[in-house]
Design a binder for this molecule. Structure first.
Ligand SMILES: [Zn+2]
Length: 154
């Protein structure tokens, strides 16, 4: 099914070329706090002062009560695996010698989470609810890769 089918042939379009040699995407206030926090070795979330919902990555407006959020908090507790997938092939379809585990990491009392690599865990031992902690790089630059990986807590 194409877009043409969805709109029953009523789609209007303009075909042209757009020359773009540099694309800049601003982080926005919430993500700026998040990435600056990573640079300091911290995971920063935002907390709604009206209803108490905490968001990761940080939001600047509450999805629950629509209030502006101005409070940012550091998440210090360990995370838990909310879901995971095991990568067997690379982006070109070649089989990997070692499987890579990717997990959605959540934190107690926090809405949202971080999708990241899990290291030090065998594929057969991972489970939803497994406690994990971040391992930060020594040299950080304000990137999601400032977290080198998550690993099990014990
Ligand atoms: Zn709220």
């Amino acid at each position: 099914m194409s877009v043409w089918d969805v709109f029953n042939g009523k789609t209007r379009f303009l075909e042209d070329n757009m020359n773009v040699d540099k694309f800049v995407y601003t982080l926005g206030h919430g993500y700026e706090k998040f990435f600056n926090g990573l640079k300091e070795g911290k995971i920063i979330a935002s907390k709604c002062s009206e209803c108490g919902v905490t968001y990761l990555p940080p939001r600047i407006y509450c999805e629950e009560c629509l209030s502006e959020i101005t409070e940012f908090v550091e998440i210090k507790q360990n995370g838990v695996v909310l879901g995971y997938t095991i990568q067997n092939v690379d982006k070109d379809g070649r089989h990997l010698k070692e499987k890579v585990i990717w997990a959605l990491i959540g934190f107690n009392g926090v809405r949202g989470g971080i999708f990241h690599k899990l290291v030090g865990v065998e594929p057969e031992e991972i489970y939803v609810g497994m406690p994990v902690k971040p391992v930060f790089r020594e040299e950080r630059k304000g990137s999601i890769n400032d977290i080198q990986y998550f690993t099990k807590t014990v």
